[in-house]
Every structure is written in structure tokens, then in C-alpha cells.
Design a binder for this molecule. Sequence first.
Ligand code: 7PM
Length: 274
Amino acid sequence: MKFTIAGQSFDHPVVMGILNCTPDSFSDGGRYYAEDKAIAHAKQMLDDGAEIIDIGGESTRPGAVEVSIEEELQRTLAPIRAIKAELGCLISIDTRHHQVMTEAVAAGADLINDINALNEPGALEAAVKSGADVCLMHMQGQPETMQQAPQYTNITDEVVRYLKERKQVAMAAGIAEHKIFLDPGFGFGKSLDHNYQLLNHMEDLHQLNSPLLIGLSRKSMLGNLLNRPTSERLAGSLAGACIATMKGAAIIRVHDVRETVDAVRVTYKTMVTD
Ligand code: 7PM
């Protein structure tokens, strides 16, 4: 296991903590209050062992109401600046939009996490220009409709083919190979069985020669199997993190950092001890 994020070397799987920068329905303290809470949550996740913070303004969340680009910028830029200044950690920006990519990287983001694999007009150019690392994720369809009737002949083959093509496009545009992460996109245009087939065969993605980012935390593929609401998916999420670790994931994107860091450490220690 060897890879870099924004030039920093890692020799173990890294836990990425999810930071939602969405308006807090329980408070009317305004943007500054929300920003303080975001910084505190990021600090907690770093204390718990996260090594990168994924910041999202929620427009990329499947099923979520589309927010304007202005709103997405308003939600994410101040927290990125503050977290970079106060905590100095690696930051990723979860967005599909080139304006957000450009401004987020200027504000301090190190990695562009695009569920749309730089397909939106202007995204590829913005990513190249920014100089940031990128994560290219597989998705069938678009978030609004992707879960209606997902179909594959062989999901693993199709995900490999898609990610191979997107990686080639990114490299042809000028993004260095070592800056590219790939993600099979669990839950994005996939049925329950599609997701488990893909997880079972996840190691096939290593033929693409890029570090893998894996997101399983609290997802429907856990909740629908176990019949658990999102608040009760920790055990399922930890099982997913261990499986992903054993199959060679580089970055594991999660909500529950402390528990995941313990689980991943035990799993990885086992893998490297002869
Ligand atoms: C509703 C459905 C809310 C799905 C949130 C989600 C990934 C990601 C997300 C992932 C990468 C979630 C997802 N998932 N980025 N962004 N990989 N790279 O469960 O799997 O967090 S949003």
C-alpha cells in the first residue's frame, strides 16, 4: 500500500471523515455559527484519526434538492478556509461543478471528489488548472433517477471499463496519474445485489493501477439488507470498511471516524504481519 494525497505519502489505508456543510435545521445561529460547528466536527474527526476531511455542500447527494452554485460556494468556502488555517489537514471537496472546484482548491482543498467523474462541462479543465488531486467515481445515470432501474450485464466489468475511460480522459487532459483516485461508487445507480457483487469483486479494480477510494458508510446497501435506519448502521459500516481494507482500499470515506479507524487498523495490521 503506497500512494500520495497532494504530495503527502501514505503507506496505510487512510480514513476520510465526511463533513456535511449544510444549514443546520436545529439552529438559527446563521453562517458563522454553522462554520464554528463545522470546524469543531472536523477537529473531532482528526482527533479520532481521520487523515482527510471531505467537505460537501450537499448538491452532489443523490435524492437531495439541487442547490445553486452560489449556495454551494457559500456553504463550503468559509469552512475550507477556516479548517485549512486552523487545522492544516488534507481537505477534499465533494462537488460536480467546475466553479466550486476552482474556488474550493483556491481556498485550500487538496482533492476534488466528483461523483460525476469530471463529466460536467468545464469540470475537466477546472480540475487540470487547479493542480489538485481528483477522485473519479462510477455512477449509472444521474442522482435524481439512478435508483429507479439500474441494469448491468456484468457490473464489475462495466465499472472497470468506465473508470478506465475516465482515467484516460483525465490523463489526456493533463492530470498526472499519481493524482488520480478511482471509486466504484457504491449506491450510485446500483441495486442491492449489484452493490454486493461489486464489493465481492472490488479487487478487480486494481488492474486500473490507481489507489481506490471506497464509500460504504451508512449506505442503503447496508440498511436495506439489515433493515436498519441510518442511525443504526455502524456495525454494517464497519464490516464494509474491513472488507474494503482487506481488498486494498487506499481511502475509506466514513461518518463514524473513531470506530472505523480502530477497525481499519486491526484489519491492516493483520494484512501486513507475516
Ligand atoms: C444520500 C445518498 C446521501 C447517498 C448521501 C449519499 C460517495 C461520495 C457520496 C462515495 C465518493 C453518502 C452518499 N458517496 N463520494 N459521496 N464516494 N467519492 O452516503 O461513495 O455519503 S454521498
